[in-house]
Design a protein around this ligand. Sequence first.
Ligand code: Q9C
Ligand code: ZN
Length: 342
Amino acid sequence: MITIFNEHHALHHGVELNDGVVMTCWESPSRAELVLERVRAADLGNVIPAVAHDEAAYARVHGDAYLRHLVTAWPDWCASGFTNPALPLVWPIHALRGDREPRHIEGRLGYFAMDAGCSIAENTWQAVRGSADTALTGAAQVLAGAASAFALCRPPGHHAGRNYMGGYCYLNNAAIAAQALRDGGAARVAALDVDFHHGNGTQDVFYDRGDVFFASLHGDPRVSYPYFLGYEDERGAGPGLDCTANFPLQPGTTWETYAVALQDACTRIRSFGAEALVVSLGVDTFVGDPISSFALQSEDYLRMGAMIARLDLPTLFVFEGGYAVGEIGVNVVNTLLGFESR
Ligand code: Q9C
Ligand code: ZN
């Protein structure tokens, strides 16, 4: 399996609120480097650089005003006299006006964000677009006939919606890749999200569409981030009704329980008639993850990969979360090796 990698990912290491204090994010450059190291050690296959894409490819998934915000946030933040990483501090929740984009950068940051997990600094945009380019390069590999590919994206993408960032995610790499597969000729595409956290952004992008199926296995939103999406009764809308499937799972979930839900998700994807598959591959389901609560073991990822392979679809793996850096390489590469063992 070919791996796509963009070295500019390292230009970005954000800050987030942790225990009431601004700290560097769990989502760190070392994550991608450790996965790459394991890809090489396991001889998974060639590693190729991401091909730069035009912003038009991102605009297939994201709104123009949001993309403009991503490009101008840092210069506008500096022009307002600020000097530290940009973070939002006010959000247009419920009864407040969500229909007006403020002009001031301080207001705009909240307008286009779901949380304070996505800081913006001088080189953030370069890393973010490089990550989307990594996914797009992977999609191109699959469209060219590769049975599978691994987009080693960083920063991750599945929490980013059409018009907002959140949870370390700015552009939705998996959604952009799924759309590229559609645009490249696949009539029906499935996005399977196995990150511990619900893929709220991917669900947002495809919720009312009948051509892209979205399935997510994740920590129950009653007790797990992102808290405000990912319930079982979210099934899609309009032409997309029953093209979204959510599998909320409880803290402590082991492979035994997880496998049942994953099999269900795969059955749904098979009956949908997908011609290509994008897997949002987060390994924060690992028992040792510092910010999540499932209990998968490293060997379970071999089984996960093998189960996904049984769908027998051209498959693009897109890297998402996973914060147990000691085991992150083994867990990711085990999934890919399990897939290849089919
Ligand atoms: N203090 C992904 O896995 N914060 N994003 C959790 C930590 C947000 C996770 C609380 C976690 C976002 C791509
Ligand atoms: Zn996650």
